[in-house]
Design a protein around this ligand. Structure first.
Ligand SMILES: *[C@@H]1O[C@H](CO)[C@@H](O)[C@H](O)[C@H]1NC(C)=O
Length: 161
C-alpha cells in the first residue's frame, strides 16, 4: 500500500466519521451520501370529501412548489433527493373549505423530513389528507398500516383568498 492509498483510506474514514457526527439522529443506518442517493417521491392525496378542493403550498429551503389546487381523489406529487447532511425538509401550508362548519380549515405541516422519514418511506411517501387530519403511508410497506400524523389546528381562519 503506497502513500496515496493510505491517504485515501484516511480521507474516506474521515468523511464517514464526519457524516456520523453530523447526523446523530440517524444513528448507524445513515452511511453517508453515497449510500443514500435514492429519489424520494411524495404524494399529497386529497381524500377530504367529494367536491372539496385542497389548496396546498409546499416548499423546502431550495424549492418552492407554489400554491396548487388538488381536486378530491387526486394528488400533488414531486420528487427530490435527500441532501448531504439529511437536513431536507418539505413544509406544506394547506387549507380547504369545510362544508359542515362553513369555514376554512388551515394547517402547516412537515410533510417530509429526512431525519424523521428516511427509513419510513425509502422511495414513495404517501400523505393522505383527510377531514380528521393527515395520515402517512408507505405503499411499498403495505404490511405497516397508515400512521395518523397531524390533526388540523382547532382554530380555523375566515376570509382567506
Ligand atoms: C395519485 O392519484 C391518482 C389519481 O389521480 C391515483 O390513481 C394514484 O393511486 C395516486 N397515487 C398514490 C401513490 O396515492
Amino acid at each position: 500500500m503506497g502513500y496515496i492509498d493510505n491517504f485515501n483510506l484516511v480521507l474516506a474514514l474521515l468523511v464517514l466519521a464526519t457524516c456520523f457526527s453530523f447526523s446523530p439522529v440517524l444513528g448507524m443506518k445513515y452511511l453517508g451520501p453515497n449510500l443514500y442517493a435514492g429519489e424520494v417521491e411524495v404524494y399529497v392525496n386529497n381524500l377530504i370529501a367529494p367536491n372539496i378542493l385542497l389548496y396546498n403550498h409546499c416548499k423546502s429551503k431550495e424549492n418552492d412548489l407554489g400554491l396548487q389546487k388538488v381536486a378530491y381523489g387526486h394528488n400533488q406529487t414531486w420528487s427530490f433527493r435527500v441532501n448531504f447532511f439529511a437536513t431536507t425538509l418539505y413544509w406544506c401550508n394547506m387549507y380547504w373549505f369545510n362544508d359542515m362548519s362553513k369555514s376554512y380549515v388551515q394547517g402547516g405541516f412537515q410533510i417530509y423530513k429526512a431525519t424523521r422519514d428516511y427509513d419510513k418511506c425509502d422511495g414513495n411517501c404517501v400523505r393522505n389528507v383527510k377531514r380528521e387530519g393527515l395520515c402517512f403511508f408507505n405503499p411499498d410497506q403495505s404490511d405497516i398500516p397508515p400512521k395518523f400524523m397531524f390533526a388540523w389546528p382547532k382554530k380555523s381562519i375566515i376570509g382567506i383568498n
